[in-house]
Design a binder for this molecule. Structure first.
Ligand SMILES: Cc1cc2nc3c(=O)[nH]c(=O)nc-3n(C[C@H](O)[C@H](O)[C@H](O)COP(=O)(O)O)c2cc1C
Length: 200
């Protein structure tokens, strides 16, 4: 990273907070914190009150049965964090779509949080690495899908079945770009900063 690029992120303080079960979200969170050169925290190591000192909070959590891991850290403290710039990212297998976004927001965001930005990133899946309970959950999901008429299966259901055949890894560093762009925008970074990075 060149020095001009660093200068683009000196105006406000940003915390990147994550909760990850198998490492996908952790990897994205580390990349984001590295790119913007800001503080990185595991969700369990901070409180909502501690986050009040930050102007921008980027929260990432793995997606399990449409639930974002650890999102209660933000949801339960939203009253005191609502004037901050909050960006939430979920990491799952599902592709981003308006329907998936709506489902995730409905399940994880309180009514007051509905305007909070949500970005869906894609993670990884390896049946062999799952805990016993996660493997049982996935097997139950597989059984449910197999009971359906194969002709009616949607892209997501077919994707889940494929995950049982081979490990999947859709983690890509370039996927963090919308989050980086959003942080730049929140900090009112002039457009010429983008040119200085030599990355765009
Ligand atoms: C039990 C279980 C449930 C899952 N549920 C979802 C889901 O509802 N939507 C989705 O897109 N991905 C789902 N996934 C995939 C995970 O979100 C994916 O593996 C992600 O990379 C996990 O992130 P982490 O390693 O940071 O915890 C599920 C995985 C497991 C094991």
């Amino acid at each position: 990273m060149n020095n001009n690029y660093k200068m683009c992120f000196t105006s406000t303080n940003v915390a990147v907070v994550y909760k990850s079960r198998y490492g996908s979200t952790k990897e994205y969170a580390q990349w984001i914190a590295e790119e913007i050169e800001r503080d990185l925290f595991e969700a369990a190591s901070v409180t909502g009150q501690y986050l009040e000192q930050y102007d921008t909070i980027i929260y990432g959590g793995g997606l399990y049965a449409v639930g974002i891991l650890g999102i209660k850290l933000i949801r339960n403290h939203f009253e005191s964090l609502k004037d901050k710039n909050i960006i939430v990212f979920s990491v799952g297998l599902a592709k981003e779509s308006p329907e998936a976004m709506e489902d995730i927001k409905e399940k994880n965001f309180s009514e007051e949080m509905q305007q909070t930005e949500l970005i869906m990133l894609r993670g990884a899946f390896d049946l062999e690495k799952l805990s016993f309970s996660d493997r049982m959950m996935m097997k139950a999901l597989k059984r449910k899908i197999l009971l359906k008429d194969p002709k009616t299966l949607n892209e997501e259901e077919l994707g889940i079945l494929q995950c049982f055949e081979n490990p999947v890894n859709m983690i890509r560093r370039e996927s963090i770009q919308p989050i980086i762009d959003r942080v730049r925008k929140e900090q009112r970074i002039p457009a010429e900063c983008k040119d200085l990075s030599g990355k765009e």
